[in-house]
Design a binder for this molecule. Structure first.
Ligand code: ASP
Ligand code: MG
Length: 421
C-alpha cells in the first residue's frame, strides 16, 4: 500500500462546501487503496484576519502569543475536515503539529523544522484511519512552546511529513492547475509545466513565484521528496517537481519560467571611497540588521573622484532598519549619501538549459528594449537572469519576455480562486 501526503491550502477549505469537496477527494484516494496523510491550512483568509485582530490590540504582538493565536486557524480546519471525512464513513483523526511530531527550533514566527517524530500519525494509519495534520505549526522542546513556520508554511509541514513517512508523493493542492511558466493571473497565455526540477523550482520560488513556499521546495530537494502541484477543483495532472539523480536526464527547455517580485526595495550607497574594505564594512553593517539582501551592483568609480556607488535590493520591510544602521555609520564608512527606492520590480527568467545555450541574455534584453522598458540592475546565476525595472513596468515586462522565449500557449489558464494558495 503506498502512502500519499495531500496538502490543501486555505482557498481549498474556505467554507463548508469546500471542506466537503476536499473530504470526498481524500476518501476517494483512501478507497483507491492508499494510506493518506492530509495537511491543511487555515480556512480562507483566517490567518490574515487573526493577525489583523492582534494588530488592533498592539503594534507588535509578542511572538509566543501570536503563534498561539495563528495556530488556532489550522486547528479549526483540521477538526472540521476530520468530521467531514468521518461523515462519509471513513475513519479520520486530526492532530496538531506538536501531536504529529513536528519539532522545531524556538524561533516564533519563522521556526525551522529540526526533527519529525510522526509516531501518532503512523499509528492512525496502521489502524486504517486517515490522519489530518494542522499545517504551519510545530513545537519546541526547549521552551515547551508552540511555534509557526512562517507564512505559507503548511507546504513545509506536508513535505516534512512526506519525508519522515517515506511517502510516494507529496501532493500540494491549490487553486491553479499546477506551476505555470508565468503567473497566470498576469499572463493568461502562460503554459502549465508538466515536469520541473527542484533546482529550477527553487529559483522560480526565490524569484517571486508564489505557487510553492520556498522552504518547502528546499526541504523536498534535500530529502528527495517528489511534489505534485495540482488543482483541488479538478482531477487533471498538475506539475511534478522532481529530483533527478546524478546522470538521470530530464528534458530541459532553455527557459522554464518567468517570475516577478514587487516586494523588494533598492538602496544605493552613494560616493563610497574606492578602497579595499569598504564593501565589507557596508555589508557587515547590513548583515547586523538581519536583512536578507539579494542583488548587489557596484559601479566603476571615476578616476577623478575615486568614489563608487553600491546598490543592493532587499525586502521592503527590511529597508528602514538598514537605512538607520548605515546612517549611524556614515562618517565611519565615509560615503556621501543614501538613496532609497521602493518603486522597483524584479523580473527573473529561469531555465536549466541556460547552462548550455548561448544568447539568452541578448534575447531577454532585446525583448525589454523593444517594449521600451529600462533595465536598472542585472544579476545572474547559473540558471537564472534577473533584472530590476520600474515597478509599474514589471507586468508588461513579464508578458513580453514570456512571449519572446516562445512560452505562450493559446489555451487560457484557469484560475479558480484569487490568492494562488
Ligand atoms: N495559514 C498559514 C498562512 O496563511 C499557513 C499556510 O497557509 O500555509 O500563512
Ligand atoms: Mg493560508
Amino acid at each position: 500500500m503506498s502512502l500519499i501526503v495531500q496538502k490543501f491550502g486555505g482557498s481549498s477549505v474556505a467554507d463548508a462546501e469546500s471542506i466537503k469537496r476536499v473530504a470526498k477527494r481524500i476518501v476517494a484516494t483512501r478507497q483507491a487503496g492508499h494510506e493518506v496523510v492530509v495537511v491543511v491550512s487555515a480556512m480562507g483568509d483566517t490567518t490574515d484576519e487573526l493577525l489583523e485582530l492582534a494588530n488592533q490590540l498592539v503594534p507588535a504582538p509578542a511572538g509566543r502569543e501570536l503563534d498561539m493565536l495563528l495556530t488556532a486557524g489550522e486547528r479549526i480546519s483540521m477538526a472540521l475536515l476530520a468530521m467531514a471525512i468521518k461523515g462519509l464513513g471513513v475513519d479520520a483523526r486530526s492532530y496538531t503539529g506538536s501531536q504529529a511530531g513536528i519539532i522545531t527550533d524556538p524561533q516564533h514566527g519563522a521556526a525551522r523544522i529540526t526533527e519529525v517524530t510522526p509516531g501518532r500519525v503512523r499509528e492512525a494509519l496502521d489502524q486504517g484511519a486517515v490522519a489530518i495534520v494542522a499545517g504551519f505549526q510545530g513545537f519546541n522542546r526547549g521552551t515547551g512552546d508552540i511555534t509557526t513556520l512562517g507564512r505559507g508554511g503548511s507546504d513545509t509541514t506536508a513535505v516534512a511529513l512526506a519525508a519522515a513517512l517515506g511517502a510516494e508523493v507529496c501532493e500540494i493542492y491549490t487553486d491553479v492547475d499546477g506551476v505555470y511558466s508565468a503567473d497566470p493571473r498576469v499572463v493568461p497565455s502562460a503554459r502549465k509545466i508538466d515536469v520541473i526540477t527542484s533546482e529550477e523550482m527553487l529559483e522560480l520560488a526565490s524569484a517571486g513565484a508564489k505557487v510553492l513556499y520556498i522552504r518547502a521546495v528546499e526541504y523536498a530537494r534535500r530529502h528527495g521528496v517528489t511534489l505534485h502541484v495540482r488543482s483541488s477543483f479538478n482531477n487533471n495532472d498538475g506539475t511534478l517537481v522532481v529530483n533527478p539523480k546524478e546522470g538521470e536526464t530530464v528534458e530541459e527547455p532553455i527557459i522554464t519560467g518567468v517570475a516577478t517580485d514587487l516586494s523588494e526595495a533598492k538602496i544605493t550607497v552613494v560616493g563610497v571611497p574606492d578602497i579595499p574594505g569598504k564593501a565589507a564594512q557596508i555589508f557587515t553593517i547590513v548583515a547586523g540588521t538581519n536583512a536578507n539582501i539579494d542583488m548587489i551592483v557596484q559601479n566603476v568609480s571615476t578616476a577623478s573622484t575615486g568614489l563608487a556607488d553600491i546598490s543592493f535590493t532587499l525586502p521592503k520591510s527590511d529597508a528602514q532598519a538598514v537605512i538607520t544602521a548605515l546612517t549611524a555609520s556614515q562618517a565611519d564608512v565615509g560615503f556621501d549619501s543614501l538613496q532609497h527606492d521602493d518603486q522597483i520590480g524584479k523580473l527573473a527568467v529561469v531555465g536549466a538549459g541556460m547552462r548550455t545555450n548561448a544568447g539568452v541574455s541578448a534575447k531577454l534584453f532585446t525583448a525589454l528594449f523593444e517594449a521600451g522598458i529600462n533595465i536598472e540592475m542585472i544579476s545572474t546565476s547559473e540558471i537564472r537572469i534577473s533584472v530590476v525595472t520600474r515597478a509599474d513596468t514589471v507586468n508588461e515586462a513579464m508578458r513580453v519576455v514570456h512571449s519572446a522565449f516562445g512560452l505562450d500557449v493559446d489555451e487560457v489558464a484557469v484560475v479558480h480562486a484569487g490568492t494562488g494558495r
